[in-house]
Write a protein that binds this ligand. Structure first.
Ligand code: COA
Length: 202
């Protein structure tokens, strides 16, 4: 694990031995976000957005890059061993996680995680979600929740590893579950990584 200097990032090894660079999302990440979307298969897009989603809407980009609102948080993941597609020094953009505050509960936020297909199954989703959990806890939240298709076994398994539990809500989309993570409890599964993630938010 190593920690970057002026631009605050960490390089962290996933459970599968991949070195991933994590940093907070920036308004300037729009180009990387759009490039990453092109690397998502139809299935990944469907799992993430519950629809075919041929292109990334401006509204979705805005949710990621407009981070001024209280409770909004985004984490970006890169492979520092591969060149950036958008001319930055971070490396290749391989995944994002973000949460936006719930309308009805100030201690809760809705999250989403996406890893480009070529990097799925290498532990990237897990480190992204762990970093998001630590950041959300630091910003005063107690819970984050996500909407997940029943068929999305990778996400269901990842959330299970982090203590995720089904929440019942009034208008579920057909075929989906709403799964919540208790932030404090989830940090107990991170070991020493928790301290590394915390440097992103200090
Ligand atoms: C869901 C997603 C974020 C998971 O990220 P990832 O980097 O592939 O996941 P990880 O490698 O960290 O693996 C997480 C767990 O899922 C398991 N897993 C990975 N791919 C799997 C698959 N296809 N089927 C079943 N389990 C799988 C891993 O083994 C791991 O479990 P383990 O800790 O017991 O070994 C990623 O697959 C993705 O972006 N999918 C498309 C978008 C999406 O579905 N987003 C979620 C909506 S909120």
């Amino acid at each position: 694990m190593s920690v970057g200097g002026s631009a605050c990032f960490i390089d962290i090894a996933t459970s599968r031995g991949l070195i991933v660079r994590l940093r907070r999302g920036l308004p300037s990440d729009e180009a990387a976000l759009r490039a990453g979307f092109e690397h998502l298969s139809e299935e990944s897009r469907y799992h993430r957005f519950f629809t075919a989603m041929p292109e990334l809407s401006d509204q979705l980009v805005e949710q990621f890059v407009n981070l001024d609102d209280h409770g909004r948080l985004a984490i970006a993941a890169f492979d520092p061993a591969e060149p950036s597609e958008v001319g930055t020094e971070d490396g290749l953009g391989i995944g994002v996680a973000r949460c936006i505050p719930a309308r009805t509960d100030v201690r809760s936020a809705e999250f989403a995680v996406t890893v480009i297909d070529r990097y799925q199954g290498h532990g990237v989703g897990r480190v992204l979600l762990e970093a998001l959990v630590v950041g959300a806890l630091r910003s005063g939240l107690t819970t984050i929740y996500g909407h997940v298709l029943h068929e999305n076994s990778a996400m269901v398994r990842l959330l299970g590893r982090m203590g995720g539990r089904d929440q019942f809500h009034e208008h579920p989309e057909p075929g989906t579950r709403r799964i919540a993570i208790d932030l404090e409890a989830a940090t107990t599964t991170m070991g020493g990584r928790r301290r590394a993630y915390a440097t992103l938010f200090s």
